[in-house]
Each structure stands twice: as structure tokens, then as C-alpha cells.
Write a protein that binds this ligand. Structure first.
Ligand SMILES: [Zn+2]
Length: 432
């Protein structure tokens, strides 16, 4: 049974739990409503997992209800690469993430506004969240020049010069019209010194305050982004400061950028402890199955990452046992589907040999079929997580999932990640 607060609210997160006798977690009542900061997002926390910080809920947006914890496919350029909105709906996707930096440079915010906004432009009538573009400016753009006013940068596409301020980041996102928008933040490198990271954090805080001050569209929820690098004391400071300002939701940025998984989780834990329970929590850029399970256990509600769709286009497909590459010769004559246990369109209709053949020939259908499989895997994983939380079995689900899922070797992963980040800094091509 789902409980929701004030239906006139545009976006709210209601934590639900389907009747479970053994539950002994918290029960929150009317008093907690006093802590609601504004009327855009509200969270009614009914129950949480008694053995971890995992929680199941519902995000109610102007474009439908999003069950949480949720994984958001990334569609930086107003498209989740290789699939149609109908494919996404068929997969059960309820929300996608688009990117203001990419859309600002191409086709331009004014074009999308003229077309009736982002939902209409990309023919997607379900929920959308837009990232402000802070991360992309710091990782993709050239010759960045930072000041308290904003960031001046050269486009990675044509070298043209641009200035984005916190005020403009909000104005652009209001024109795009996503259901959830984000503050402009400064995202330091994970190798930066404490002094450097602290300075970026302070600037992120000032910018968050300015973003909040200029927001005019009451039907959009504004999320703050907690920064502070890999320094627990800075993360605590950042979370406390942003919570004191009061936002509709809180994202954790600047993680999974080359540090170890253990460190990522330690920082998540440190940060979540200071975030209000009645607000959605979004862990940015984390999309590997094992990281999602571990982060849900630490209280995260929302994830976005290009990983599942990006690796799909390279032939790397998820299974409950880990990731396998369809290009391996072992698949060249396999009559069975890639994953006989998978119920996705690809596995229901095609042999592994056929998918292997498409990839070998670089046929365009390969990318669509592989993307469908990986997104189906992610959505099924999130549903299994939600069912486990509401069914009171999340702890055993987590143990059995992690026991059978073989993650990519951490050393190999870090080398791959570094290569990818370096390539992004060099490349003229867009990678999202
Ligand atoms: Zn499949």
C-alpha cells in the first residue's frame, strides 16, 4: 500500500512499505511534516529497512510516478542512445536524465524551448531530470576559467567561448522544463588537495544559494549537489550547509571518478547520514550493479550513469553473474539467447550467435539490441531491490546478489576509468 502526501505537491517522495509483519523499523507520522521545507517535494517516510539504510518509495512528478530506488538511463543529447521512447516505455523506464551542457551547445536551449520544451522535443512524456552541466564543463570543455561569477569555457565541439553562471544554469533548465533540475556545481578532480577541494566546495555552496534564489518555476524540483571530494570532513560540511539552505532533494556529486569502490561507499555513508530522511537522495554517475546495491543499502534513492548503455554499445552485457562480452568467439555458434534467464526483447527473440554476428559486422541493430538487454537488466535489478526492501528481505538479497555477481576487477576497472577520463579530456567527440 502506498502512502503519499499532499497531492497538490508537484513532486514528492513517499516512502512505502507493503505490509510486513516482521518490520521493526521507524514509523514516521504527522510530526515529521513540520520538517517540510517547501511545497515542491515532500517525503512521507513510512518505513525503512531495519537492517540497513535502504528505503523504497515513490517520487511523484508532474510526468508520473517513479518507484525508488531507481536507475535513470542517461540521454545527454535528449536521446538514450540507440533506443526509442517506446523502447524505454516497453522496458518500464519511468525517468531519464538529460544534460544542460550538451543541449545548450547543441541544438541550443532556445531551439528546444521553441519546440515546446524537452519533453515534447524528445517525445518523452514521462519524467526527466536535467543535470546543470557542471560536471561536463569541468570534464569536457576546454580552457575553463573560473570565477565567483561563473565559469567561462570553450565548447568541446567548435571551440566557441561561453559563460555559464548559476543564474543562467537555472534559466536554461527552466526553459528545458524537466521535472527535476540541478544547481551548477564545481566538480574538482579526485586527486586535488584538500585546500583546492575546499575552495571548489565553498564556491559550489555560493552557487547553490544563488541558484535557489533565482528559481521561478514552482513546478520544478531543485536538487543541490553535495561536493567535498574524498574528504569526509568536507562532505559533512557540504551536506550540512546545503541542508540548512533547504532543497527539494540532494545529489552527491564528484564520486566514482577513479577512487576505489570502498572509498566511494565510505563517502556515501558519511554524506547520507547528514541528509534529511524526507528528501530524495541521488548518487550521480554511479551505475554498476554492485555499486548500486551497496549504495541502496546506504540510503540512496536515485542513480544515473551512462555505463550500462555505453558498455552495451561495446558488446559488454550484464548477467546476474557479471558482465560478459558478446564479441567473444564462444558466442559465435551459440543457439541459446545470450542470457537464457533474461526476459528482455533481445533474449526472447535472438540467439547469442546472431547478436555476436551483428556486433562483428558493426550492424546498427547490435547497439539497439544490446542497449535493450542492459537497460532491462538494470530495471529488473532495481525492481528486485524494491521488492526485497518492501518484502523485508533486502539484507539477504544484498548478500546473495553480491555473492553471485562478479564485478569487473577493481585494478582493471580503474585503468579503464582513467583511460576513459583521459580520452574525454582529449576527444573532440561527445561522450556521455
Ligand atoms: Zn536480455
Amino acid at each position: 500500500m502506498a502512502f503519499r502526501l499532499d497531492l497538490e505537491d508537484d513532486i514528492q517522495l513517499a516512502i512505502i512499505n507493503i505490509g510486513r509483519d516482521s518490520f521493526d523499523g521507524h514509523i514516521y507520522g504527522k510530526d515529521e511534516e513540520d520538517s517540510i521545507i517547501d511545497n515542491k517535494t515532500s517525503l512521507r517516510l513510512i518505513q525503512t529497512c531495519p537492517n540497513s539504510n535502504a528505503r523504497a518509495g515513490e517520487l511523484v512528478t508532474p510526468h508520473g510516478i517513479v518507484a525508488t530506488p531507481v536507475f535513470l538511463p542517461v540521454g545527454s543529447q535528449a536521446t538514450v542512445k540507440a533506443v526509442t521512447p517506446d523502447d524505454l516505455k516497453e522496458l518500464g523506464i519511468t525517468m531519464v536524465m538529460a544534460n544542460t551542457y550538451h543541449l545548450y551547445l547543441r541544438p541550443g536551449i532556445a531551439v528546444i524551448e521553441k519546440m515546446g520544451g524537452l519533453h515534447q522535443f524528445m517525445a518523452w512524456d514521462r519524467a526527466i531530470i536535467t543535470d546543470s552541466g557542471g560536471y561536463q564543463i569541468f570534464s569536457l570543455a576546454r580552457l575553463r576559467k573560473l570565477s565567483d561569477e561563473g565559469v567561462t569555457f570553450r565548447s568541446h565541439i567548435d571551440g566557441s567561448q561561453h559563460l555559464i553562471t548559476p543564474e543562467l544554469a537555472i534559466q536554461f533548465q527552466e526553459s528545458l522544463g524537466a521535472d527535476i533540475i540541478m544547481v551548477l556545481d564545481e566538480c574538482p578532480s579526485h586527486t586535488d588537495t584538500l585546500e583546492r577541494v575546499e575552495k571548489a566546495m565553498d564556491r559550489t555552496h555560493q552557487w547553490a544559494e544563488r541558484c535557489r534564489g533565482v528559481q521561478t518555476h514552482g513546478d520544478q524540483a531543485l536538487f543541490a549537489i553535495v561536493q567535498g571530494g574524498l574528504f569526509p570532513e568536507l562532505r559533512r560540511k557540504s551536506a550540512s550547509f546545503l541542508v540548512s539552505l533547504g532543497f527539494s532533494g540532494y545529489a552527491i556529486g564528484g564520486l566514482s571518478l577513479g577512487e576505489s569502490k570502498a572509498l566511494t561507499q565510505a563517502i556515501v555513508e558519511e554524506t547520507v547520514a547528514l541528509l534529511p530522511e524526507n528528501r530524495p537522495r541521488h548518487l550521480m554517475g554511479v551505475g554498476s550493479p554492485e555499486d548500486i546495491v551497496e549504495s541502496v543499502a546506504r540510503g540512496i534513492d536515485m542513480f544515473d550513469s551512462a555505463l550500462p548503455t555505453q558498455i552495451a554499445r561495446k558488446g559488454a552485457l550484464f548477467t546476474r553473474q557479471g558482465r560478459h562480452n558478446i564479441l567473444r568467439s564462444a558466442y559465435s555458434q551459440r543457439e541459446d539467447p545470450f542470457d537464457p534467464d533474461c526476459a528482455c526483447y533481445t533474449c526472447r527473440n535472438f540467439s547469442a550467435a546472431y547478436l555476436h554476428h551483428l556486433f562483428k559486422c558493426k550492424e546498427l541493430l547490435a547497439y539497439r539490441l544490446a542497449t535493450i538487454h542492459n537497460l532491462h537488466f538494470m530495471n529488473s535489478l532495481m525492481k528486485a531491490i524494491r521488492d526485497a526492501i518492501t518484502g523485508g528481505t533486502f539484507s539477504s538479497f544484498r548478500d546473495s546478489f553480491l555473492a553471485s555477481y562478479q564485478p569487473t576487477n577493481d585494478e582493471v576497472r580503474l585503468v579503464q576509468k582513467k583511460k576513459w577520463l583521459d580520452a574525454q579530456n582529449r576527444s573532440d567527440t561527445i561522450q556521455d
